[in-house]
Design a protein around this ligand. Structure first.
Ligand SMILES: [Zn+2]
Length: 343
C-alpha cells in the first residue's frame, strides 16, 4: 500500500469557503454566524472523484492522510469561538469524506487554534476527532498569528497541554502554518517553509522530547530548509553542547517527501535516515503545475521516490511502514474503514 501522509481537502464545495467568509464578516460586525450550508453526499463525492481520488489513481497511490485545507485554517482571523466553529465544520467535512471513501482517506484534525489563545482550547476538538471520527493525527500551527510569530515558541510550556493530549491520544502532529497575513511572506513560497524550519530549530533547543519522549511530529515540505542545512544544525547543536541530532530529535521528528524535484528528494534521502522519511505529495495543493523540464506534475513525488537509489525494503518504509509507525492509530483505522467499505 502506498500511503500519502499529507493531503488537504482543497477542493471542498464552494459553499464551505463562502460560509467561512460570512462567518468572519459576522464576527467583525458583532453578529452571530449564519447557519452552516448544506452539502450533499453527491456534491462531496464529485469534488473527490474528479479531484484527489482521480490523482491517486493516475499516480498509483492508495490512501491519503487527509486534513482540512491548511491555508484556509486562518487562525489569525476572528477569535477562539470563530476558530472553534470553523475547525468543527472543516473536521466534520473530512469525516464525511473518509466515510464516503473509506479505502482512500483517513482523517487528520485541524485544531481550533487562535492567535494569542492558549492551545488548551484545542483539546476537546482533538479528542472528539480522534474518538468520534477515528482521526489519526492533527495539524499543529506553530504561528497562529499568520506570519507575525506572536505566540510563544513550541519549546514553551504554553504548548504542553496540547502535547499531553497528543501523547494521551497517541496521535502525532504535522507542523503546518496557515495563510500569511504578513505581506513580507508568501504563504506557500516562504511562510510554509519558514514554519517548518522554525519548528525544527525550536524543538532542537528545547526539552520537549525529554519531557514527552513519545511525542511525534512530521515536518512537511521536506523539512523546510532543514535537510539542506543539516550541517548547520549539527554544528549549532554541537556549539550548544546538545546531543547528536539523531539522538536528540530523530526518535520524534520525521520529514515528508513534499519536495518537488528529484535533486531535492535525493538530498533528503541522503541526509535523513530512511526511518524518518514519510511519503507525501500534498496534492492537490500549492504547486499543481507541470514541470516543463520533465513534462510531469511537480507534485507527483512518487516519481522521484521511485527513482531513489534505495532498496525495495527501504522504499516500502517510506511508502507505508513509517506512516503506520508514526501514526500509531493508522493501521487500526485502516482495518476499520476497509471493513466498513466491504459491508
Ligand atoms: Zn500541507
Amino acid at each position: 500500500m502506498i500511503i500519502d501522509c499529507h493531503g488537504h481537502y482543497t477542493t471542498a464545495p464552494r459553499q464551505h469557503e463562502a460560509w467561512r467568509a460570512a462567518q468572519v464578516s459576522a464576527h467583525a460586525e458583532g453578529r452571530s454566524p449564519p447557519p452552516r450550508p448544506t452539502m450533499t453526499d453527491d456534491e462531496l463525492r464529485e469534488t473527490i472523484v474528479n479531484g484527489q481520488l482521480k490523482v491517486q489513481r493516475e499516480r498509483g497511490t492508495d490512501l491519503t492522510i487527509f486534513s482540512p485545507r491548511a491555508a484556509g485554517m486562518g487562525h489569525h482571523l476572528g477569535d477562539a469561538s470563530t476558530s472553534e466553529g470553523w475547525a468543527t465544520a472543516c473536521n466534520e467535512l473530512i469525516h464525511r469524506i473518509c466515510t464516503l471513501f473509506p479505502r482512500n482517506f483517513v482523517g487528520v484534525a485541524m485544531l481550533p487554534q487562535s492567535a494569542g489563545v492558549s492551545p488548551k482550547n484545542c483539546l476537546a476538538e482533538l479528542e472528539r476527532c480522534v474518538t468520534e471520527y477515528g482521526f489519526v493525527g492533527c495539524n499543529v500551527n506553530p504561528d497562529p498569528s499568520g506570519g507575525h510569530w506572536q505566540d510563544p515558541p513550541l519549546s514553551d510550556r504554553y504548548w504542553y497541554p496540547l502535547y499531553e493530549k497528543m501523547v494521551e491520544l497517541n496521535v502525532p502532529g504535522m507542523i503546518h502554518v496557515s495563510a500569511a497575513c504578513n505581506p513580507a511572506f508568501h504563504t506557500t513560497g516562504s511562510h510554509y517553509l519558514n514554519g517548518d524550519t522554525v519548528a525544527f530549530n525550536q524543538f532542537m533547543t528545547s526539552t520537549v522530547f525529554k519531557d514527552f519522549p513519545t511525542l511525534k511530529f512530521v515536518i512537511p515540505h521536506g523539512g523546510g530548509a532543514v535537510p539542506y542545512h543539516w550541517g548547520r544544525f549539527r554544528g549549532l547543536a554541537q556549539a550548544a553542547k546538545l546531543p547528536l541530532l539523531g539522538e536528540l530529535l530523530l526518535k520524534n521528528i520525521f520529514f515528508d517527501t513534499c519536495v518537488y524535484h528529484l535533486p531535492g528528494q535525493e538530498l533528503l534521502a541522503k541526509v535523513i535516515p530512511v526511518d524518518n522519511i514519510l511519503f507525501a505529495s500534498e496534492m492537490i495543493g500549492a504547486v499543481p503545475g507541470i514541470d516543463p523540464e520533465t513534462g510531469h506534475y511537480f507534485d507527483d513525488t512518487k516519481r522521484y521516490v521511485d527513482q531513489l537509489p534505495l532498496s525495495d525494503a527501504d522504499k516500502a518504509k517510506i511508502y507505508e511502514g513509517n506512516a503506520r509507525r508514526v501514526y500509531p492509530r493508522l493501521s487500526g483505522q485502516i482495518t476499520r474503514q476497509f471493513a466498513q467499505a466491504a459491508r
